[in-house]
Design a protein around this ligand. Structure first.
Ligand code: NAP
Ligand code: ZN
Ligand code: ZN
Length: 360
């Protein structure tokens, strides 16, 4: 018998999110049932709820920055026990057989493709998966992460499950470290984690922001400098001085403005996925300095655990604004206006449970 669940869903692309009742599968032998304590609000939630990337299945329950507590485990589950603090990120399954899955890079699964925590196929229940804006979730143990941070930090850990790994993975892949200058473009959810993590890896970090009011915060978060990208003279002064640029912006951009920041052989990685394409960059900007333009998608399960452990050891969490579940529509509007410092996190204790009780 499936278990009743309650959450918040977008009923269509142009309607606000509203309370929604649905069902989760009962835990199978390899499953972990998790009472959700906190769920971060990613800009991808907004893109999906509003079908800005098209292909959204409704009703849509977003949420892929989940932290909760294990309620029950199936008979074959060995790594988790009731009461454990755990996390779930952007994926809940993958084919497990293709080269990417065997390499632990399930996000690049070329078999069936990874199963998104929301808006993915759900063979157990039929239809599509529902995400973390909900009282509980049931996930295969192979896609559940251990959370070792202090209890008091659990809300601020939730954004690590997407914003943290999406910035950690390219910083690791391109071997960012001491002696390097790293630019972070856009100081939002991803960007502020990128600053903290790149600084912890030993790089000198400079933030490029459209919001002059965020400059002081950039320095507090660990940046050595912050530049307002609309200031042409300030941008020109930074040209040719970066080894690596992490671009987190969720809107179409003049990429040349940021490619010019790179030294010879530098790389700019795009992690932002705007609904409308960027203008094609100037080829000369790339070939005359052997610069590279690349992209990166979240991170695999093994690397997500590595990132959580890295952050725990260094005392890194997200800077959050805790909101009640019914504050989600206002939070979306503020996020679109770049008015977020620096991640909204939903307190799931504010969501009435399926039986009228709260989940804590
Ligand atoms: P966010 O919190 O809204 O941050 C985006 C930041 O970009 C804003 O705070 C703003 O920072 C800057 N920005 C916004 N509009 C801009 C514009 N028109 N021009 C220049 N800068 C602008 O969003 P997020 O949650 O960090 O997500 C960012 C993007 O990454 C989204 O597209 C999301 O879907 C995507 N994403 C990708 C992955 C992946 O695996 N690749 C994973 C998660 C999210 P300033 O005020 O500092 O300018
Ligand atoms: Zn996300
Ligand atoms: Zn695969």
């Amino acid at each position: 018998m499936p278990t009743p669940a309650s959450g918040y869903a977008a009923p269509s692309a142009d309607a606000p999110l509203e309370p929604f009742s649905f069902s989760r599968r009962d835990p199978g032998p390899r499953d972990v049932a998790i009472d959700i304590l906190f769920c971060g609000v990613c800009h991808s939630d907004v893109h999906t709820a509003r079908s800005e990337w098209s292909g959204t299945l409704y009703p849509c329950v977003p949420g892929h920055e989940i932290v909760g507590r294990v309620r029950a485990v199936g008979g074959e589950v060995t790594r988790f026990a009731p009461g454990d603090a755990v996390g779930v990120g952007c994926m809940v399954d993958s084919c497990r057989e293709c080269a990417s899955c065997r390499d632990g890079e399930e996000q690049y699964c070329t078999g069936s493709g990874f199963v998104g925590t929301y808006n993915g196929p759900d063979p157990a229940m039929g239809g599509h998966t529902f995400g973390g804006y909900a009282d509980h979730v049931v996930v295969d143990q192979d896609f559940v992460l251990r959370v070792g941070h202090d209890e008091a930090e659990l809300a601020a850990v939730a954004p690590l499950l997407c914003a943290g790994i999406t910035t950690y993975s390219p910083l690791r892949h391109w071997k960012v470290g001491p002696g390097q200058r790293v630019g972070v473009v856009g100081l939002g959810g991803l960007g502020h984690m990128g600053v903290k993590i790149a600084a912890a890896m030993g790089a000198e970090v400079v933030v490029f922001t459209t919001s002059p009011g965020k400059k002081q915060d950039a320095l507090r978060l660990g940046a050595a400098d912050a530049v307002v990208s609309k200031d042409a003279d300030a941008m020109a002064a930074q040209e040719g001085s970066f080894d690596f640029v992490l671009n987190t912006v969720a809107a179409p951009l003049d990429l040349d403005l940021y490619l010019r920041l790179l030294k010879r052989d530098g790389t700019m990685v795009l992690v932002g996925v705007p609904a409308e394409p960027h203008q094609s960059p100037d080829v000369g900007n790339l070939v005359f300095r052997r610069r590279a333009l690349a992209g990166s998608l979240i991170g695999g399960v093994r690397e997500t655990q590595e990132m959580l452990d890295f952050c725990r050891e260094r005392g890194i969490t997200s800077d959050i604004e805790l909101i009640p579940m019914d504050g989600i529509n206002e939070a979306y509007d503020r996020m679109v206006r770049s008015d977020v410092k620096y991640r909204f996190v939903i307190d799931m204790g504010t969501l009435p449970g399926a039986d009228g009780a709260t989940v804590r």
